[in-house]
Design a protein around this ligand. Structure first.
Ligand SMILES: Nc1ncnc2c1ncn2[C@@H]1O[C@H](COP(=O)(O)OP(=O)(O)OP(=O)(O)O)[C@@H](O)[C@H]1O
Length: 282
Protein backbone atom coordinates (compact mmCIF):
# COMPACT_ATOMS: atom_id res chain seq x y z
CA UNK A 1 0.00 0.00 0.00
CA UNK A 2 1.26 3.48 -0.72
CA UNK A 3 0.28 6.86 0.58
CA UNK A 4 0.13 9.88 -1.65
CA UNK A 5 2.35 11.79 0.69
CA UNK A 6 5.78 10.62 1.80
CA UNK A 7 6.76 10.65 5.47
CA UNK A 8 8.11 13.85 6.96
CA UNK A 9 10.90 14.24 9.52
CA UNK A 10 12.15 11.06 11.07
CA UNK A 11 14.16 9.69 13.92
CA UNK A 12 16.61 6.79 13.78
CA UNK A 13 13.71 4.35 13.95
CA UNK A 14 11.93 6.18 11.18
CA UNK A 15 9.18 7.73 13.28
CA UNK A 16 8.85 11.34 14.37
CA UNK A 17 8.74 11.58 18.16
CA UNK A 18 6.54 14.32 19.52
CA UNK A 19 7.75 15.21 22.96
CA UNK A 20 6.22 17.48 25.48
CA UNK A 21 7.70 20.97 25.31
CA UNK A 22 8.75 22.03 28.79
CA UNK A 23 9.29 25.66 29.66
CA UNK A 24 12.58 26.39 31.42
CA UNK A 25 13.66 29.40 33.49
CA UNK A 26 15.74 30.75 30.61
CA UNK A 27 12.72 30.56 28.33
CA UNK A 28 14.12 27.84 26.11
CA UNK A 29 12.03 24.80 25.29
CA UNK A 30 13.46 21.49 26.37
CA UNK A 31 12.10 18.08 25.56
CA UNK A 32 11.42 15.25 27.94
CA UNK A 33 11.21 11.55 27.41
CA UNK A 34 9.93 10.63 30.86
CA UNK A 35 8.07 7.56 29.70
CA UNK A 36 7.00 6.75 33.23
CA UNK A 37 5.23 10.10 33.59
CA UNK A 38 3.49 9.80 30.21
CA UNK A 39 -0.24 10.05 30.53
CA UNK A 40 -0.56 8.68 27.01
CA UNK A 41 2.03 7.40 24.61
CA UNK A 42 1.69 6.37 20.94
CA UNK A 43 4.36 4.24 19.28
CA UNK A 44 3.97 3.96 15.52
CA UNK A 45 0.20 4.09 15.81
CA UNK A 46 -1.92 3.77 12.69
CA UNK A 47 -5.66 3.63 12.10
CA UNK A 48 -7.06 2.46 8.80
CA UNK A 49 -10.74 2.41 7.93
CA UNK A 50 -11.98 -0.03 5.28
CA UNK A 51 -9.91 -2.39 3.20
CA UNK A 52 -8.48 -2.77 -0.30
CA UNK A 53 -9.12 0.04 -2.76
CA UNK A 54 -11.53 1.67 -0.30
CA UNK A 55 -9.05 1.81 2.57
CA UNK A 56 -8.43 5.21 4.15
CA UNK A 57 -5.48 5.74 6.45
CA UNK A 58 -6.82 8.23 8.97
CA UNK A 59 -3.67 8.13 11.14
CA UNK A 60 -0.32 6.91 9.92
CA UNK A 61 2.66 5.94 12.09
CA UNK A 62 2.00 8.41 14.91
CA UNK A 63 4.61 8.46 17.66
CA UNK A 64 3.97 10.95 20.44
CA UNK A 65 3.96 11.40 24.19
CA UNK A 66 1.51 13.36 26.32
CA UNK A 67 3.10 14.06 29.69
CA UNK A 68 1.41 15.11 32.89
CA UNK A 69 0.13 18.70 32.74
CA UNK A 70 0.97 19.05 29.04
CA UNK A 71 -0.98 21.49 26.89
CA UNK A 72 -1.05 20.23 23.30
CA UNK A 73 -2.94 21.53 20.27
CA UNK A 74 -3.34 19.23 17.27
CA UNK A 75 -3.83 21.51 14.29
CA UNK A 76 -4.58 20.42 10.76
CA UNK A 77 -7.03 20.61 7.86
CA UNK A 78 -10.38 18.89 7.90
CA UNK A 79 -9.89 15.17 7.33
CA UNK A 80 -6.25 15.17 8.44
CA UNK A 81 -6.92 12.68 11.24
CA UNK A 82 -7.18 14.87 14.34
CA UNK A 83 -10.40 13.35 15.68
CA UNK A 84 -9.20 9.83 14.99
CA UNK A 85 -5.99 10.49 16.92
CA UNK A 86 -7.99 11.90 19.84
CA UNK A 87 -10.25 8.84 19.84
CA UNK A 88 -7.18 6.61 19.85
CA UNK A 89 -5.71 8.57 22.77
CA UNK A 90 -9.03 8.18 24.59
CA UNK A 91 -9.07 4.43 24.07
CA UNK A 92 -12.30 4.76 22.10
CA UNK A 93 -10.66 3.39 18.93
CA UNK A 94 -8.30 0.46 18.55
CA UNK A 95 -5.14 1.04 16.51
CA UNK A 96 -4.72 -0.91 13.27
CA UNK A 97 -0.95 -0.70 13.79
CA UNK A 98 1.45 0.20 16.57
CA UNK A 99 0.72 0.56 20.26
CA UNK A 100 -0.87 3.03 22.64
CA UNK A 101 -0.16 2.97 26.33
CA UNK A 102 -1.25 5.04 29.31
CA UNK A 103 1.62 4.53 31.78
CA UNK A 104 0.49 7.14 34.30
CA UNK A 105 -3.08 5.83 34.21
CA UNK A 106 -2.08 2.29 35.16
CA UNK A 107 -2.60 1.34 31.52
CA UNK A 108 -6.37 1.82 31.67
CA UNK A 109 -7.72 5.04 30.13
CA UNK A 110 -11.37 4.37 30.80
CA UNK A 111 -11.62 1.92 33.69
CA UNK A 112 -12.72 2.93 37.15
CA UNK A 113 -12.42 6.59 37.96
CA UNK A 114 -12.59 9.11 35.17
CA UNK A 115 -9.04 9.02 33.97
CA UNK A 116 -9.86 10.59 30.59
CA UNK A 117 -12.31 13.48 30.24
CA UNK A 118 -13.86 14.20 26.85
CA UNK A 119 -15.11 17.49 25.45
CA UNK A 120 -16.57 17.32 21.96
CA UNK A 121 -17.58 19.90 19.38
CA UNK A 122 -21.27 19.74 20.27
CA UNK A 123 -22.00 19.70 24.00
CA UNK A 124 -23.06 16.20 25.03
CA UNK A 125 -25.64 16.76 27.77
CA UNK A 126 -28.62 14.56 28.58
CA UNK A 127 -31.68 16.68 27.66
CA UNK A 128 -34.00 15.36 30.36
CA UNK A 129 -31.57 16.00 33.22
CA UNK A 130 -30.81 19.30 34.92
CA UNK A 131 -27.39 20.90 34.70
CA UNK A 132 -26.51 19.63 38.19
CA UNK A 133 -27.68 16.09 37.40
CA UNK A 134 -25.68 16.08 34.17
CA UNK A 135 -22.52 16.99 36.07
CA UNK A 136 -23.18 14.44 38.83
CA UNK A 137 -24.06 11.54 36.53
CA UNK A 138 -20.59 10.26 35.49
CA UNK A 139 -19.49 10.22 39.13
CA UNK A 140 -22.61 8.32 40.21
CA UNK A 141 -22.03 5.80 37.40
CA UNK A 142 -18.58 5.09 38.83
CA UNK A 143 -19.80 4.58 42.38
CA UNK A 144 -18.89 7.96 43.82
CA UNK A 145 -21.12 8.40 46.90
CA UNK A 146 -24.11 10.64 46.11
CA UNK A 147 -23.16 13.28 48.66
CA UNK A 148 -19.62 13.57 47.32
CA UNK A 149 -20.85 13.66 43.71
CA UNK A 150 -23.22 16.47 44.59
CA UNK A 151 -20.53 18.45 46.42
CA UNK A 152 -18.04 18.08 43.60
CA UNK A 153 -20.62 18.96 40.95
CA UNK A 154 -21.69 22.09 42.85
CA UNK A 155 -18.08 23.16 43.36
CA UNK A 156 -17.31 22.68 39.65
CA UNK A 157 -20.39 24.68 38.62
CA UNK A 158 -19.44 27.43 41.08
CA UNK A 159 -15.93 27.62 39.69
CA UNK A 160 -17.28 28.07 36.17
CA UNK A 161 -19.86 30.67 37.28
CA UNK A 162 -22.69 28.30 36.46
CA UNK A 163 -24.13 27.94 39.94
CA UNK A 164 -27.21 29.97 38.94
CA UNK A 165 -28.05 27.42 36.24
CA UNK A 166 -28.03 24.23 38.35
CA UNK A 167 -31.75 23.54 37.90
CA UNK A 168 -31.88 24.47 34.22
CA UNK A 169 -32.31 21.91 31.46
CA UNK A 170 -29.76 21.82 28.61
CA UNK A 171 -32.30 23.27 26.17
CA UNK A 172 -32.40 26.44 28.25
CA UNK A 173 -28.66 27.06 27.89
CA UNK A 174 -26.71 29.00 25.28
CA UNK A 175 -24.05 27.13 23.30
CA UNK A 176 -21.28 28.61 25.43
CA UNK A 177 -23.06 27.81 28.69
CA UNK A 178 -23.69 24.22 27.57
CA UNK A 179 -20.03 23.75 26.65
CA UNK A 180 -19.01 25.16 30.06
CA UNK A 181 -21.34 22.64 31.73
CA UNK A 182 -19.54 19.87 29.85
CA UNK A 183 -16.23 21.30 31.10
CA UNK A 184 -17.67 21.45 34.65
CA UNK A 185 -18.57 17.77 34.29
CA UNK A 186 -14.96 17.02 33.32
CA UNK A 187 -13.66 19.14 36.21
CA UNK A 188 -15.87 17.36 38.75
CA UNK A 189 -14.70 13.95 37.54
CA UNK A 190 -11.04 15.02 37.90
CA UNK A 191 -9.47 13.11 34.99
CA UNK A 192 -5.71 12.99 34.47
CA UNK A 193 -6.11 13.63 30.73
CA UNK A 194 -8.61 15.92 29.01
CA UNK A 195 -9.20 15.43 25.29
CA UNK A 196 -11.16 18.12 23.49
CA UNK A 197 -12.26 17.88 19.86
CA UNK A 198 -12.99 21.29 18.32
CA UNK A 199 -14.54 22.46 21.59
CA UNK A 200 -15.08 26.04 20.41
CA UNK A 201 -15.97 25.58 16.75
CA UNK A 202 -19.68 26.26 17.26
CA UNK A 203 -19.17 29.36 19.40
CA UNK A 204 -18.73 33.03 18.58
CA UNK A 205 -15.28 34.58 19.09
CA UNK A 206 -15.89 36.02 22.55
CA UNK A 207 -17.55 32.86 23.86
CA UNK A 208 -14.89 30.68 22.24
CA UNK A 209 -12.15 32.66 23.98
CA UNK A 210 -13.93 32.30 27.30
CA UNK A 211 -14.47 28.54 26.86
CA UNK A 212 -10.81 28.10 25.86
CA UNK A 213 -9.73 30.03 28.93
CA UNK A 214 -11.98 27.92 31.15
CA UNK A 215 -10.73 24.68 29.64
CA UNK A 216 -7.13 25.61 30.40
CA UNK A 217 -8.04 26.93 33.86
CA UNK A 218 -9.79 23.66 34.68
CA UNK A 219 -6.83 21.62 33.44
CA UNK A 220 -4.58 23.69 35.72
CA UNK A 221 -6.99 23.29 38.62
CA UNK A 222 -6.92 19.49 38.53
CA UNK A 223 -3.35 19.10 37.19
CA UNK A 224 -4.61 17.36 34.07
CA UNK A 225 -2.90 17.09 30.70
CA UNK A 226 -4.91 18.76 27.94
CA UNK A 227 -4.94 17.81 24.25
CA UNK A 228 -7.14 19.87 21.94
CA UNK A 229 -7.84 19.23 18.26
CA UNK A 230 -8.67 22.58 16.77
CA UNK A 231 -8.59 25.01 13.88
CA UNK A 232 -8.73 27.81 16.42
CA UNK A 233 -5.47 29.74 16.70
CA UNK A 234 -6.63 31.40 19.88
CA UNK A 235 -6.48 28.00 21.58
CA UNK A 236 -3.36 26.90 19.74
CA UNK A 237 -1.50 30.00 20.84
CA UNK A 238 -2.15 29.20 24.51
CA UNK A 239 -0.69 25.70 24.36
CA UNK A 240 2.82 24.55 25.23
CA UNK A 241 3.10 22.41 22.14
CA UNK A 242 1.61 22.33 18.67
CA UNK A 243 1.33 19.09 16.73
CA UNK A 244 0.55 20.00 13.12
CA UNK A 245 -1.25 17.14 11.38
CA UNK A 246 -1.61 16.60 7.66
CA UNK A 247 -2.91 13.61 5.71
CA UNK A 248 -2.86 11.41 8.79
CA UNK A 249 0.68 12.33 9.80
CA UNK A 250 1.90 14.23 12.82
CA UNK A 251 4.64 16.75 12.17
CA UNK A 252 7.00 17.88 14.90
CA UNK A 253 6.65 21.48 16.03
CA UNK A 254 6.55 23.48 19.21
CA UNK A 255 4.92 26.72 20.16
CA UNK A 256 8.02 28.52 18.96
CA UNK A 257 7.19 27.32 15.46
CA UNK A 258 3.54 28.20 15.74
CA UNK A 259 3.95 31.69 14.32
CA UNK A 260 5.36 30.13 11.17
CA UNK A 261 2.60 27.52 11.15
CA UNK A 262 0.00 30.26 11.32
CA UNK A 263 1.20 31.64 8.03
CA UNK A 264 1.27 28.21 6.41
CA UNK A 265 -2.24 27.85 5.03
CA UNK A 266 -1.61 24.17 4.33
CA UNK A 267 -1.84 23.58 8.09
CA UNK A 268 -5.00 25.47 8.68
CA UNK A 269 -6.86 25.16 5.39
CA UNK A 270 -10.30 23.82 6.17
CA UNK A 271 -10.81 22.11 2.83
CA UNK A 272 -11.26 18.37 3.16
CA UNK A 273 -8.28 16.13 2.52
CA UNK A 274 -8.55 12.39 2.20
CA UNK A 275 -5.75 9.95 1.71
CA UNK A 276 -6.89 6.95 -0.20
CA UNK A 277 -4.64 3.97 -0.26
CA UNK A 278 -4.08 0.91 -2.32
CA UNK A 279 -4.46 -1.39 0.63
CA UNK A 280 -4.10 -1.73 4.35
CA UNK A 281 -0.79 -0.63 5.85
CA UNK A 282 -0.99 -3.06 8.69
N1 LIG B 1 -15.47 5.70 10.91
C1 LIG B 1 -14.86 6.03 9.79
N2 LIG B 1 -14.99 5.27 8.68
C2 LIG B 1 -14.34 5.59 7.53
N3 LIG B 1 -13.54 6.66 7.39
C3 LIG B 1 -13.36 7.45 8.46
C4 LIG B 1 -14.00 7.19 9.71
N4 LIG B 1 -13.64 8.15 10.59
C5 LIG B 1 -12.80 8.98 9.92
N5 LIG B 1 -12.65 8.55 8.64
C6 LIG B 1 -11.79 9.18 7.63
O1 LIG B 1 -10.50 9.34 8.20
C7 LIG B 1 -9.95 10.58 7.80
C8 LIG B 1 -9.62 11.40 9.03
O2 LIG B 1 -10.85 11.79 9.67
P1 LIG B 1 -10.87 12.63 11.01
O3 LIG B 1 -12.30 12.85 11.36
O4 LIG B 1 -10.01 11.98 12.00
O5 LIG B 1 -10.20 14.00 10.55
P2 LIG B 1 -10.23 15.44 11.26
O6 LIG B 1 -8.90 16.05 11.01
O7 LIG B 1 -10.69 15.29 12.66
O8 LIG B 1 -11.35 16.20 10.44
P3 LIG B 1 -12.33 17.40 10.94
O9 LIG B 1 -11.44 18.57 11.28
O10 LIG B 1 -13.19 17.65 9.72
O11 LIG B 1 -13.11 16.87 12.10
C9 LIG B 1 -10.97 11.25 6.88
O12 LIG B 1 -10.62 10.96 5.55
C10 LIG B 1 -12.26 10.58 7.26
O13 LIG B 1 -13.15 10.55 6.17
Amino acid sequence: MTLRHPPHGSTPNGSPIHHAAVATPNGRANTTTLAESAVARCDGVGRTYGTGDRAVVAVYDATCVVSARDRVAIIGPSGSGKSTLLHLLAGLETPSAGQISWPALDGHPRDGAHRVGLVFQAPTLIPSMTVLENVELPMLLTDTPAREASDRARAALDLLDLDGLRRDLPQELSGGQAQRVVIARVLAARPRLILADEPTSQLDRTTADHVAHVLIQVSDEIDAALVVATHDHAIGGRMHTIWPMHDGRLHPATTRQFAAAQTDRSLIDTSATRHHTEGDHT
